[in-house]
Design a binder for this molecule. Sequence first.
Ligand SMILES: Nc1nc2c(c(=O)[nH]1)N[C@H]1C(S)=C(S)[C@@H](COP(=O)(O)O)O[C@H]1N2
Ligand SMILES: [Mo]
Length: 359
Amino acid sequence: MTVAADLDSARAALQMINPAPYNAEAPPQALVGDITPTEFHYVRSNFALPTHDGVLEIGGAVGRPTTLTLADLRALPVHEQAVTLECAGNGRLEMRPLPTGEPWGDYAVSTARWTGALLSDVLALAEPSTNGVDVRFEGADHGPYHLAAVLEDSDQNDLTFVRALPLAVAADPSSAILVAYLMNGEPLRADHGSPFRLIVPHWYAVASVKWLKHIDVLTEPYTGEFQTGHYIYQWPDRAHEPVTVMRVRARITDPAPGAVLPLGPCTIRGKAWSGSGPITHVDIGLTGEGEWHPAQVDPPKGPYQWQDWSFVWEDGAVGRHTLRARATDAAGHVQPDVPPWNRLGYGNNAIEVLFVDRC
Ligand SMILES: Nc1nc2c(c(=O)[nH]1)N[C@H]1C(S)=C(S)[C@@H](COP(=O)(O)O)O[C@H]1N2
Ligand SMILES: [Mo]
């Protein structure tokens, strides 16, 4: 197949929301299983697909500047884990007033099995300086970015995708950050960051830099368009904050919104996840503002992936019913009723509301 035909077939099952740069939501089937098949995994890219020369360069404040190929990464101890990635803009369309930005519904979330080397092992090869503060991760993708905030170092006509993490987080093996080269057991596809990318569990997926090209240890905190320009919660009434870990959230996967259900017991199912601890409770509301009923929450199948929950609804009468699912995580975070509005529309984890009719 040609490269273009390959791309078209990789994208066929997604709901495209922007052709260039290519952004697409997952179909509802993406949320059914533990693992999202690769062809159903959402895609979010800020620039056109780049070419990557296959070499990862590690430099900056390090004792031993290092270059690594895919073969070098494969030679390091192999780590594999399922990771739920959610775009920080997921759910933006429900915020009012509507923020600018990609018009994501609620399907910019998926879970894949990622395989790679631990970032802490990769960094150790280069011997980061003890006065390192941040680690800067640069993708191979770049181009014009008309949304650029006015930052001193930003050239709107040729920005590169760069993100940073604190060195203490990046160098800690327990952060379980991967330089991943397999997705669901296969080499990464172009849209997902081939030949290798960062996978940062628990963080909104903006941290998981695709087409990883350069890693640099910095002795000053990093500032840049995708770190301190965008991906900031610009709250109307309090200090701005960087977008970091995923906020607690549940989705109802079954029944579908607007479904017409026959009378009799009916099982409501869904997924729930949080970047700050496993999900401890999911509660179901059947009457708008009324009572909550506990759902059964399955234990996590891994530390970085969404959990299943279910609730048997015994006795819905004929007519329209409103369903709500509200998750709580181990840190005690609970989903809010109203989207936490911020100017760029990040982190909408408001309780999902849908209606079904029983007949
Ligand atoms: N190099 C690079 N990495 C990137 C991005 C990008 O535009 N360029 N987008 C980020 C954002 S905002 C998201 S949500 C995830 C999406 O990963 P996926 O396309 O594999 O689902 O990639 C992140 N990594
Ligand atoms: Mo994102």
